[in-house]
Unconditional design. Structure first.
Length: 375
């Protein structure tokens, strides 16, 4: 399987995040990628750092994200520093909660740069921000895991270019599969929100990219997203919630981050009803057998959909020793998982998402890909 990678993905390197009420070293580290890269190399995978320069990223990003959010990601660091913020990173400390705004519409008039509240009633959005020169950060973020450093924007674009280069190769040649080895990850990112280490939703943008760049005389290809990261991909779910041409199926830890999404009764809306499937699994007890059993059911749903392409949100934070997750999947379990995904028999794009156990992340990812290939 060919692997696409870029060193620019390593540029995003915030020193800390706030987790469990504490300041802790950032879990989503650049080393994650270099460890995987080295392991894949020593397993004989071909790794290409040649990215496609012709893909107009912005055009494709705008199919999933809003223009003002994109503008925010591009300028947030600069604006923050200019207004006296620290030079480490942009990190909000107050969020324009809808109930706060309902009670006091005047919060939109704050000009206090230190409060860093990023306030607006949701109807006003960015126009008012520009008018009053109000800091944006709280508006475009829903947790404390997404510090924006000097190079974050550059890294997020590299991450996306890796993904779209891989998507283009898969959809334009006769490849069975390809792996986008990228970070920051994407599946939590919403149209106008970063969170869960995610800024741009790589896999959602790739799904739209494939649909929009396929030959005009064929019908729009159906795409299935299979999300095997430990966390529910709220952003990917939201991007296609009312769209029957993109199926979203996720296995994830029950009652864990992002906490407010991922329940079984989220099944899609309007025309998209019946094209969204969530499989929350119990924390603490879900091991190889339980996981693979549910994955078989998820795969059966994907097969019935008959997608032209399968896009896999590849997280290995389901691993037994993952520091922020609660499943018990083992290193050899990933060989089985790869094999089950291969049984769909469709061209498959793997996109890197989570996985934080540095000692095993390389082997775990390589086992999924090897399991897929040997099936
Ligand atoms: C990103 B990905 C859990 C706190 C979680 C953010 C986790 C983001 C995971 N106790 N904080 O899906 O791997
Ligand atoms: Zn995850």
């Amino acid at each position: 399987m060919k692997v696409i990678f870029s060193k620019e993905c390593l540029l995003h390197d915030p020193p800390f995040e706030v987790l469990g009420g504490q300041r802790v070293p950032y879990f989503e580290k650049p080393e994650r990628l270099t460890i995987i890269e080295n392991e894949l190399r020593s397993n004989g995978f071909e790794i290409s750092e040649e990215l496609d320069p012709d893909i107009e990223l912005k055009e494709h990003i705008l199919r999933v994200h809003s223009a003002d959010y994109l503008d925010y990601l591009e300028t947030a660091y600069e604006t923050w520093v200019k207004q006296g913020g620290n030079e480490i990173s942009v990190l909000p400390e107050a969020f324009p909660h809808v109930n706060l705004l309902k009670a006091s519409p005047n919060v939109a008039q704050t000009t206090n740069a230190i409060a860093r509240a990023g306030v607006s009633s949701l109807e006003f959005t960015s126009t008012v921000f520009e008018l009053f020169r109000i800091p944006h950060e709280g508006l475009y973020c829903f947790d404390l895991s997404c510090p924006i450093t000097k190079d974050t924007h550059k890294a997020t674009l590299a991450s996306l270019r890796v993904t779209l280069t891989a998507a283009k190769l898969l959809s334009s040649s006769a490849l069975d599969s390809i792996f986008a080895l990228c970070r920051p990850p994407g599946h939590h990112a919403m149209p106008s929100l970063c969170a869960g280490y995610c800024f741009l939703n790589n896999i959602a943008i790739a799904a739209r990219f494939i649909q929009h760049t396929s030959s005009p005389d064929t019908t729009k290809p159906k795409v299935a997203i299979l999300d095997i990261d430990y966390h529910h991909g709220n952003g990917s779910q939201a991007a296609f919630y009312d769209d029957p041409s993109v199926l979203y199926v996720s296995l994830h830890g029950e009652n864990d981050y992002p906490y407010f999404t991922g329940f079984t009764d989220e099944q899609g809306s309007g025309e998209g009803e019946g094209y969204n499937f969530n499989f929350p699994l119990p924390r603490g007890t879900t091991g190889d057998d339980e996981y693979c059993e549910t994955l078989q059911r998820a795969v059966a749903i994907v097969q019935k959909f008959e997608p032209a392409f399968v896009l896999v949100s590849l997280g290995v934070d389901t691993f037994i020793d993952d520091p922020i997750s609660d499943f018990k999947v083992t290193t050899s379990g990933y060989l089985r998982i790869g094999g089950i995904i291969a049984s769909i028999h469709r061209p498959t794009l793997f996109v890197m998402e989570g996985g934080y156990a540095l000692e095993s992340i390389g082997k775990n990812v390589s086992n999924i890909l090897r399991g897929f290939e040997s099936k």
